[in-house]
Ligand binder design. Structure first.
Ligand code: SF4
Ligand code: SF4
Length: 357
């Protein structure tokens, strides 16, 4: 008789309920309302009268053990021993006694962290950190975030924006990250440069050819070795060929830039999703402080703060005033490159139903 089938070890995200504050667990799905007593603090009231105050604190996302221990010690001493992280890398403490809120905030600020990021503020920038773990980053997104949030600290601490502002950054041009009210994304501006000596040993050429969205890559023999060639007229400089074939180097200190997009929003119970649109391209990818990109984001936020009505999100504000007035308000040039008039997708896009991983 065949042996019993091997059971794989369950991995992945553990059951979150075991880590929840008991009052939150008890009232799951039973909340009556929440209010915003001060920036950085939310009060959740359950139908049975239970109350939980959550205190939101910005973090640098890449947390060393010392910082994590410091944050957890604050939760044990001044909170009730429960925390959670938001998708924007904020840590939240929960307490059920209002008298604990101010001492908790004092302890957090004394340790050098910032309370804020709730309701109509600029909350933490969500970002990928491919510089640490991924194979295709073109910039250090976490560095961009740090530089920008240093300058937007008052917008995080206070709730002075017309509505909440979600900013995102990504570290490559094609994959995760990069949709939000304001998105700072990598933009490659030249086709990949191929190291023909390495292609045959490093790359699976059919996968690389299949990967190109505009079918610009062909197999080729170069110097007697199997390699690849790129039709540069077709290449849209997306960088998708670089992960399966690192000899197709596309990152470049001079030609890898940043671009800023605005108006992206997920759908919710009240509205459809909205797609972000390009407002500035060719911005220098300029570490360690990225001053050019930060200056443009600050301009957009200033114009939004001055021009939008209460509770208008950035995309709603732009829709109301129109794109010409938006470009005037943010003092950015509108060029022919902002117009998406590409008609070639039918013929050029790699549109087979073949699924690739
Ligand atoms: S944005 Fe791109 S480089 Fe950054 S983690 Fe995601 S896939 Fe990797
Ligand atoms: S995958 Fe992207 S970068 Fe590479 S050749 Fe095709 S269009 Fe150009």
């Amino acid at each position: 008789m065949a042996k019993e089938m091997r059971e794989p070890i369950e991995t992945g995200c553990p059951d979150p309920f075991q880590y929840m504050h008991p009052v939150m667990r008890r009232n799951f799905g039973l909340w009556a309302y929440h209010s915003h007593p001060r920036p950085g603090v939310l009060l959740h009231v359950a139908k049975n009268g239970d109350k939980v105050w959550t205190v939101r604190v910005g973090t640098q996302r890449i947390l060393d053990v010392f910082t994590l221990r410091t944050l957890c010690d604050i939760g044990d001493t001044y909170g009730e021993g429960y925390v959670h992280f938001t998708i924007r890398s904020n840590i939240e403490y929960m307490v059920t006694d209002e008298a604990k809120v101010q001492p908790l905030i004092d302890a957090i600020e004394k340790a050098g962290f910032i309370v804020g990021g709730t309701q109509n503020s600029v909350t933490m920038i969500s970002h990928t950190q491919g510089w640490l773990h991924c194979d295709i980053p073109g910039t250090d997104a976490s560095g961009v975030v740090k530089s920008m949030m240093d300058e937007l600290i008052d917008e995080f601490r206070n709730a002075n924006m017309p509505n909440r502002v979600h900013i995102t950054t990504s570290c490559c041009q094609i994959n995760c990250g990069g949709q939000g009210d304001i998105a700072i994304n990598v933009q490659h501006t030249k086709p990949p440069k191929i190291n023909h000596d390495l292609v045959a040993n490093v790359c699976e050429r059919p996968s690389v050819v299949a990967r190109c969205p505009v079918a610009a890559i062909r197999p080729a023999m170069v110097n007697g070795k199997p390699s690849l060639e790129v039709d540069e007229k077709k290449c849209i400089c997306c960088g998708a060929c670089f992960p399966p074939c690192p000899p197709m180097q596309i990152n470049d200190a001079e030609h890898t830039k940043l671009a800023i997009w605005v108006g992206g929003n997920h759908s919710n119970a009240r509205g459809k999703p909205t797609f972000q649109k390009l407002v500035a391209a060719g911005i220098p990818n300029n570490p360690p402080r990225w001053p050019e990109a930060t200056a443009i984001v600050k301009k957009i936020l200033k114009a939004y703060k001055e021009g939008a009505r209460d509770w208008e999100r950035i995309n709603e504000w732009i829709e109301r005033i129109g794109w010409p007035r938006f470009f005037e308000a943010v003092e950015l040039p509108f060029t022919k490159y902002h117009i998406d008039n590409w008609r070639g997708s039918r013929k050029s896009l790699n549109s087979s139903t073949y699924i690739r991983f």
